[in-house]
Design a protein around this ligand. Structure first.
Ligand code: ZN
Length: 478
């Protein structure tokens, strides 16, 4: 089993200065490799006689150490070599179509340095380890770190500086063999319908309640956390304005950037805490063996309430801001990361997380299966138009999701689909999907009406309304 660890690291001021230099030098080598490659590829494009001449994709870096860059000699050679090696790794990922061509690393934002075994060691010390860094020529000494869970010494580590905090992260492999999800699915398929329904939980992810379970449990940030996140986001917006007015490269601008990073850090911490606690609670429940989520598309992520008109045909507030409650970016991240956390925790516990199609989960009656948009009376109330079944709308959706998951497992329809991690492809798809869903006919109409004169605007409004009436499904919730 491969386990990842991420611990807080507490270097002294002097140690932090050395680590920052290592980070800078490793980034310099990486970026120099990127630059060299670009230079050669430009040649190959511009002159025919150079066609096919590329810089070899290898880990050489000595050519970058010149009299002008003599400062590179002050750090251990392994730090530089690892910079070149990680560029080679990135390039081989590109050749395998797993990612884009290596890009220049920025000097701002999260920074890290990759250390291999020559640069550190874990010395055993009462039940834990002492983390020693450096070589004979460049000793750094012991750096304090908080090992909040037991671990074994890894082959390489990454030291990261993120929003003013240092982290030590690595992964280790141990002899534990994880259960195969396909085998778990086959085992669950032999359960009776009633028993599997009993042992399954469906989870509806929504805007009003981020996580609603079919067993009635609901998970959300508490009000204090939400208020603090909102407050810090507002402060971050103010500081961004200040930052924009400050001189580039100046000390004051750097201070503002640090302030903004610290404000965002709270949000990240709260979110990460929520993701792990929620996924733990869902998986740790001994009754649950099957956890079912609905497949979330871009549409669902960007969906917003319908535009509203009053009796005179004037546009009024539809409560989109009030409904959102949590910022969409943080909500979207919580939705997907909590599910990811559930998936790996479930595998370790011998349980299974699966996806089912999301269409009509909120309009379908969980008792009789009748699907109609009017079943959903409001955001929170569900009332079946055929059998009169009344329930909380999110809880009804969660039950539908659970039932679909049970049906899928019992029909033997579980196939572990391999994740295609083609980043560039995914980016393109997002652009296409996001562009089309962001501008529904109603929205385009609103912006046009606002931009044009009253006569022209009203005419366009009518046209737009007719179009909207023809295709009601495009704006109703799925
Ligand atoms: Zn019904």
């Amino acid at each position: 089993m491969l386990t990842g660890y991420r611990f807080r690291l507490y270097p002294t001021r002097a140690q932090a200065a050395i680590l920052l230099r290592w980070i800078g030098c490793q980034r310099f080598i990486y970026n120099a490799k990127v630059g060299e490659d670009r230079y050669f590829r430009t040649f190959a494009r511009k002159a025919l006689q150079h066609a096919g001449m590329f810089a070899p994709v290898d880990g050489t870096y000595a050519q970058f150490i010149t009299d002008e860059t003599a400062w590179l000699r002050e750090v251990p050679a392994q730090v530089l070599r690892n910079g070149a090696a990680s560029w080679v790794t990135a390039y081989s990922r590109f050749f395998k179509k797993l990612g884009g061509r290596p890009k220049l690393k920025r000097k701002s934002g999260q920074q890290s340095v990759w250390l291999t075994a020559e640069l550190f060691r874990f010395e055993p010390a009462e039940g834990s380890y002492r983390f020693m860094v450096g070589t004979k020529k460049c000793p750094v000494g012991e750096i304090a770190y908080n090992a909040h869970r037991p671990h074994t010494p890894p082959a390489s580590v990454r030291i990261t500086l993120e929003a003013e905090r240092w982290y030590l992260s690595f992964s280790t492999e141990d002899a534990t063999i994880l259960p195969d999800p396909q085998e778990t699915a086959d085992w669950l398929a032999d359960f009776g319908h009633a028993e599997l329904t009993e042992r399954a939980v469906g989870i509806d992810r929504g805007v009003a309640v981020p996580f609603m379970c079919s067993d009635g449990a609901r998970y959300d940030l508490d009000d204090i956390q939400k208020a603090r996140v909102a407050k810090k986001q507002a402060a971050a917006r103010r500081w961004k304005k200040k930052l924009a007015r400050r001189a580039k490269g100046g000390q004051n601008r750097r201070k503002a950037a640090r302030r903004i990073a610290a404000l965002h850090r709270y949000e990240t911490d709260v979110r990460r805490d929520f993701e792990h606690q929620t996924s733990h609670r869902i998986i740790a429940d001994p009754r649950t063996l099957l956890i079912v989520f609905e497949a979330l598309g871009v549409q669902r992520m960007t969906r917003r309430p319908k535009a509203k008109q009053d009796a005179n045909g004037r546009w009024v507030r539809n409560g989109a801001c009030a409904k959102a409650g949590l910022n969409r970016s943080i909500l979207g991240a919580m939705w997907s990361r909590t599910k990811d956390c559930c998936a790996y925790k479930a595998q370790r516990a011998g349980k299974l997380v699966i996806d089912v199609p999301a269409h009509h989960t909120s309009q379908e009656c969980s008792r009789c299966g009748y699907i109609h948009p009017e079943n959903r009376m409001s955001q929170s109330a569900f009332l079946c138009q055929r059998c009169g079944h009344a329930e909380n709308a999110d809880s009804n959706a969660a039950t539908n999701i659970r039932n679909r998951g049970v049906a899928r497992i019992r029909s033997g329809g579980y196939r572990e689909t391999e994740k295609k991690r083609i980043r560039r492809m995914r980016k393109k798809q997002q652009q296409v999907g996001g562009g089309s869903s962001e501008h529904t006919s109603v929205e385009t109409m609103v912006s046009r009406a606002a931009g044009n004169g009253p006569a022209l605007g009203s005419e366009k409004q009518k046209g737009g309304l007719a179009r909207a009436a023809e295709t009601p499904t495009s704006t109703t919730e799925g």
